[in-house]
Design a protein around this ligand. Structure first.
Ligand SMILES: O=C(O)CCC(=O)C(=O)O
Ligand SMILES: [Fe+2]
Length: 340
């Protein structure tokens, strides 16, 4: 199961139920809208962080915040109580939905910072880059399997038929051929529109042909979704297997995500999931930027690296804030899941 926190996707927001007085949902809406508009106006995550820190430890310098967010401190306090008291809703919702569905919380930075588990800074201390290894056997991989450090296994997916077969048309045909496939994404799996304006996978597979190809004068798009329909998964899995080097006794998620599109990639966020992530880059070059959580900032630094077609990335997306972008005007497509 996975919460994705940092910015809300408009397509699939998970909101607390409207159980009580209007003022409560009004306040929630105002707070979420405020966070959203700040991010859209270009306020950076580290700026929001510094404000969140100020809320905990007021100091002289905090008073000069250029964001002027001190003005909303009472609102933050009220919302914090409201959201925490409603948080069981998220977990109930998650339990009801398919296991391992990546859930999206409203864009509530303060809520997340105040309630997420404290990170173990040992996984990132003194790390200056990602560990890069050549394709390796299961026994060679054993010492790293649960090191929780970001690892790039070069060329590990290079012989997957998915490298050639998976593209926009493949998934469009697949989803159009299987009755209920679109409905499964809307209701049981998850659709993530990131910075794109799509509200469903069906809309993605209905866009004009020139936008599909990211032609000049069209707006770049980047989306992701989880595949949980058994027939969709059965068909997809004809083209790849789980990474061969993962431990034999590893637990796997029963769903698989696909992320595809151009340029813009995923916004900076942290995932709330139960396992580590593997992601196979099938087409295009993707740049990942990892940023440590605030409690680890004194011992850990941000790192950035590029994943090429055929590489498999292993990353603890619960411990690193991460965002992505695609180089040049390339089309990127990946398949990913969890192990642990
Ligand atoms: O592949 C991407 O662009 C983002 C993926 C991601 O955020 C994740 O798998 O947690
Ligand atoms: Fe993520």
């Amino acid at each position: 199961m996975k919460f994705l926190v940092g910015e809300m996707t408009m397509a699939n927001p998970v909101r607390p139920p409207e159980t009580s007085p209007e003022t409560k949902s009004d306040l929630c809406d105002r707070f979420v809208a405020l966070n959203e508009s700040l991010l859209r106006k270009g306020v950076r995550l580290d700026e929001l962080r510094s404000v969140a820190k100020c809320l905990d430890e007021p100091s002289e310098t905090c008073g000069h915040s250029t964001l002027g967010l001190w003005a909303i401190t009472p609102l933050v306090a009220v919302i914090f109580v409201i959201v925490v008291s409603d948080s069981s809703y998220y977990f109930d919702g998650m339990m009801k939905s398919a296991l391992s569905v990546k859930c999206v919380l409203p864009n509530n930075y303060v809520f997340w910072e105040a309630t997420r588990p404290v990170m173990d800074c040992r996984i990132c201390s003194n790390l200056t880059g990602i560990k890069v290894v050549d394709n390796l056997t299961r026994s060679d991989f054993k010492p790293f399997a649960y090191s929780y450090q970001p690892i790039l296994v070069k060329g590990a997916a290079a012989d997957w038929p998915a490298m050639e077969a998976f593209d926009y048309d493949f998934f469009k045909k697949l989803y159009e051929a299987i009755p209920e496939a679109y409905r499964s994404v809307d209701e049981d799996c998850q659709f993530l529109n990131f910075k794109s304006n799509f509200t469903s996978l069906q809309e993605v597979f209905s866009m004009p042909a020139d936008r599909v190809r990211n032609s000049v004068d069209t707006h770049p798009w980047y989306i992701g979704w989880s595949n949980c329909h058994p027939e969709v998964l059965k068909e997809m899995r004809k083209y790849y297997k789980k990474p061969h080097f993962l431990p034999e006794d590893a637990e796997h998620s029963h769903i698989e995500f696909v992320f595809m599109g151009y340029q813009q990639g995923a916004f900076m966020h942290l995932d709330y999931i139960s396992r580590l992530m593997w992601q196979a880059q099938l087409k295009g070059h993707k740049v990942w930027r990892l940023t440590p959580t605030p409690e680890c900032e004194s011992v850990c630094s941000s790192i950035s690296f590029t994943v090429s077609p055929g590489d498999i990335l292993l990353l603890d997306t619960r411990q690193w804030y991460h965002d992505t972008y695609i180089l040049d005007r390339e089309f990127s497509i990946t398949v990913s899941s969890e192990y642990g």
